[in-house]
Design a protein around this ligand. Structure first.
Ligand code: GLC
Length: 603
């Protein structure tokens, strides 16, 4: 499921921010921390147990009072991110852009959009992030540029311009000297309607998988490869810690322009998308094999920087919505030809339903079917309704967010999360069409309200504009009403808050050896109400985790080899949800509604 097939935001559950008190167990971490530091967390391997935080710069922190977040705002908040425990921040695009798709339409890949600051601000951000041992990961959009990029302006200027074949130009069907005919085939834009745009000047169509202002680059052209290797080099020299490759599976299209199939429902009727057209199967425009050699090239380019003045692997992250685990496994590259370190496992994070059996299968797949590679777990981003809307029930949302964050941080792998999830920010879509900013919402209204609802300003405090921008300034998207209680300042001092829960989970991930590196082994696998697993690392105490996927109390019995489930004193609590009792034994772990229990086995 790609984000373009995201669920409608309209029927979103109402969130109740009921922060019930809970006890955070005392954790004796010093010894464990030293062990972890000596093993997996070497500089080169930093990414293997990484905590990565997605910043949507436009919405994070405004410092020049124009209502739009900026680089200096991110720099200002680095201490907050450090305290949270993140290893890296991924910035959605900050390059010069007409902002038709809020930065994903790039008009210059080697500069900073003045709305966000300057290259000097960027260098300062990198320097300050380095001081705090936080890496900065850039978004790399290679599928398309802006139609205002000089490459495209050249390309569209004449059929024999040297840049003509940097983009995908095709004749229409039935085109004549006087008529443009029909688009070359039935392919659709993810932003609605045909993916082909007629260009009168040179009388051909150009292809755009995304918005009409995002023409696709032609990856059959070696010059495009060279251009992007140069761009990657440019940012690596400035000290970035890696890249997140945007929409990477859409790099290539079928050169024969074969029509795509229509997706049918169980009665054989076409499924209609939010734009009122039949949904297509993406079989000719997504996940074509050409992407693999490209990523091998990019990997080799990045590898040259692995051991210079700023140590540590330059990590390649992929936006990889794929249909199954086998396709995800391929994204790591064949033996001897590495591609991504961390292609996103969206199969787990976007199940969008608390179904124990499906979670169990996907977690087992991530453990066993990725060829021993590190999974990148992710449950949220700037393209999908937030966690409350996809997993919440409207009554226990905070507890459900604890469940999801536990799966994220307590499973083996790198963990990626979205700004604001750590405080429980709610999806807040626009209510009137005239307020919509995202072109997806403009075209799809009212069925598809677009992505504004998950991009609202970060809620720092309870002041006017939530500390995002000065009082009296109009933020680019409205601050949701929840900011009075859901904000960093209110949650920071509270041991009961979601923010504190996130910090505790991250601390465990970083300091407990089994949490950091241990194998994931599913437990109690016939249970359809509670998901349980253990983390096992030779020489370290095993950790058990149980999360209740229901609104009813549950009790589970965990069978650990060599431990009598009835014996008392065999499990020591590391973290648990509000009001829960410490279990007497592994045979009787009691969980409240959407309760979480994490304990260390005493063997
Ligand atoms: C990716 C981005 C999304 C953007 C699209 C086109 O899916 O995450 O925000 O609209 O690519 O660049």
């Amino acid at each position: 499921m790609h984000w373009t097939k995201r669920i409608a935001t309209g029927a979103m559950a109402l969130a109740l921010s009921c922060a019930a008190p809970y006890a955070i167990a005392q954790h004796h971490a010093a010894k464990a921390a030293a062990q972890v530091a000596a093993s997996a967390s070497s500089e080169q391997d930093w990414w293997k147990n990484a905590v990565i935080y997605e910043v949507y710069p436009r919405s994070f922190q405004d410092t020049n009072n124009d209502g739009i977040g900026d680089l200096n705002g991110i720099t200002k908040r680095l201490d907050y991110l450090k305290e949270l425990g993140v290893d890296a921040i991924w910035l959605s695009p900050i390059y010069p852009s007409p902002q038709a798709d809020f930065g994903y339409d790039i008009s210059d890949y080697e500069n900073i959009d003045p709305q966000y600051g300057t290259l000097a601000d960027f260098d300062r951000l990198i320097a300050e992030a380095n001081k705090r041992h936080i890496r900065v990961i850039m978004d790399m959009v290679m599928n398309h540029s802006s139609d205002e990029h000089k490459w495209f302006l050249e390309s569209r200027s004449s059929r024999d311009n040297p840049y003509r074949d940097w983009y995908v130009w095709r004749d229409g069907k039935g085109e004549t000297a006087t008529s443009k005919g029909e688009p070359p085939n039935n392919w659709q834009s993810a932003f609605g309607h045909s993916a082909w745009q007629w260009d009168e000047k040179t009388r051909q169509y150009y292809y755009h998988k995304f918005y009409v202002k995002q023409p696709d680059l032609n990856w059959d052209n070696p010059k495009v490869h060279e251009a992007f290797k140069g761009i990657i080099d440019f940012w690596l020299k400035r000290g970035v810690g890696g890249f997140r490759f945007d929409a990477i599976t859409t790099l290539y299209e079928d050169p024969n322009l074969t029509d795509e199939g229509v997706v049918k429902d169980k009665n054989g009727e076409p499924i209609m998308n939010a734009f009122g057209e039949p949904e297509l199967d993406d079989s000719r425009t997504d996940n074509l094999p050409g992407v693999h050699p490209v990523m091998q090239e990019m990997r080799a380019t990045a590898d040259q920087f692995d051991s210079d003045a700023f140590p540590g692997k330059r990590v390649l992250i992929g936006e990889t919505y794929l249909p199954n685990i086998g396709e995800l496994e391929k994204m790591y590259g064949p033996a001897g030809k590495p591609e991504f370190e961390l292609p996103m496992d969206t199969l787990l994070g976007f199940i969008n339903k608390l179904d124990v059996a499906t979670f169990r299968t996907r977690l087992t797949d991530a453990e066993d079917k990725l060829g021993g590679h590190i999974p990148l777990l992710v449950f949220d981003n700037h393209d999908n309704p937030r966690l409350d809307a996809r997993y919440g029930d409207g009554v226990h949302n905070t507890d459900i967010e604890r469940v999801i964050s536990t799966i994220l941080f307590a499973s083996r792998g790198a963990a990626l999360f979205y700004y604001g999830d750590e405080i429980g920010m709610k999806t807040t879509p626009p209510t009137r069409k005239e307020d919509v900013k995202d072109p997806v919402g403009v075209t799809g209204w009212p069925k598809e309200k677009g992505r504004d609802g998950e991009r609202t300003p970060m809620q720092w405090d309870a002041d006017a504009n939530a500390g995002f921008t000065a009082a009296g300034v109009k933020p680019w998207l409205p601050v949701p009403p929840s900011y009075t209680t859901v904000n960093v300042q209110a949650e920071q001092p509270s041991p009961d808050s979601l923010l504190t829960w996130y910090k505790e989970l991250i601390r465990l991930k970083k300091t407990n050896p089994a949490f950091a590196e241990g194998k994931n082994v599913l437990l109690d696998t016939a249970n359809i109400k509670v998901l349980s697993w253990m983390r096992q690392l030779p020489g370290a105490p095993t950790v058990v985790v149980s999360v209740n996927f229901t609104a009813e109390p549950q009790t589970v019995s965990l069978a650990i080899p060599g431990v009598d489930p009835g014996a008392s004193g065999k499990v020591r609590t590391l973290l648990k949800t509000p009001g829960a009792q410490d279990p007497a034994s592994l045979g009787a772990i009691a969980l409240g509604p959407f309760g979480v229990y994490i304990g260390e086995v005493q063997q």
